[in-house]
Design a protein around this ligand. Sequence first.
Ligand SMILES: Cc1ncc(COP(=O)(O)O)c(C=O)c1O
Length: 419
Amino acid sequence: MSNLLSRADLVLPGGMCGHLNPSFMPPGFPRFFNRAQGPYAWAEDGVRYIDLVAGYGTNLLGYNNPEVEAAATQQRVAGDTTSLPMAVMIELAESFTDFVQHADWAMFMKTGTEANTLACAIARAHSGKRIILFDKAAHLGAAPWCNPVRKGLLEEDRAHQGYFDLGDIDSLRRAVAAAGDDLAAIITPLFANDGVGSQDLPSAEFAKQVRVLCDQTGAVHIADDIRGGLWLTRDCSWSLIGPAPDLSTWGKALGNGYPIAGIAGCDKFRDAARAVYGSGTYWFGAVPMAAALQTLRIVKERHVHAHIEQLGILLRNGLTEIAARHDFSLEQTGPVQIPQIVFAEDTDFRFGFAFASELLARGVYFHPWHNIFLSNSLHTEDIESILSAADGAMESVSARQHLLQPPTGLVELVANLDH
Ligand SMILES: Cc1ncc(COP(=O)(O)O)c(C=O)c1O
């Protein structure tokens, strides 16, 4: 056990909370990074990895992006969290509502969980109704109402909720019918993925039906764009498949690594947004806002999406070819920029874990069960290095496939997920 991990074990319950608990990753995986730059991160022992997790989707432009850092530093010198917000908040709201086509106003907070929770409150305040519908397999956050693990929580935390399967129109209609005249909102992420499933996007017909059902019932459509936002297009990602939502929620990449999340909404919901009490001590910090403003500027002005899409296609095609050569079949689902890559029928994750370990030994930090994110700082040569590493990794996994064991910690976690 590394020195840091044994120290962490003593003072941090379980060594680390949530998805970063050591038992959810392969043995020998680094537990701490001590430096990150562009698409690379250095572990505590000084080894450099191409990091395909990009801070779980926070670092669209790569770690330590010089332009974002310059904007953040300039703001830090002027002030960050002070007794009043700084004018950068207005500038950010202007830029953000320009970026999100359906938006006339914005609110900012720190986490995606807070954004979704407040969006539900706005929907309930607007409609005067109670029930919120969503797909339980979607990760909407870690608050009691949506936490995928129920330990320590009450049944009552989930009061006035109903569920459907994202992409399944019949299940959506059933859930809407069961909600009767008490339906406040339908929440849809771009794909229902709590980290371990496939990432198939719903069809355009499903997206249309969400709009139709909201219009018929007066419910509010909330598009959760916390994971996909900024990674795919210069608008809410839902616009790629369907009609504009009423509210959209954002986080992760918005500040390119700085903690900031947001809600974007149209005028119809302005009064409800004004009526709810959304607040947090650090919500008004100016440095993350300056970072977000610069991030939006870069995404609007440069060819970020074309670049990472091109890299994503290269990676997807290359991996398909390499897997076939080693007699494996990969399930690569979701957009190529933020793909989920798992071995077909690897229900207990043993192949995914072995593959990730082998990639790690070859300088690539890949996630064994969560989707990855291809940051704009990657170059074609990095993808070529990853493919070369994947070739060696598959060969090694193939040679020892009969010896592989399932990772018990992750299997237990998945068994405890509430869906
Ligand atoms: C789709 C989606 N919604 C909401 C969240 C919650 O965001 P946060 O972890 O910032 O609270 C996440 C986090 O992974 C997410 O992927």
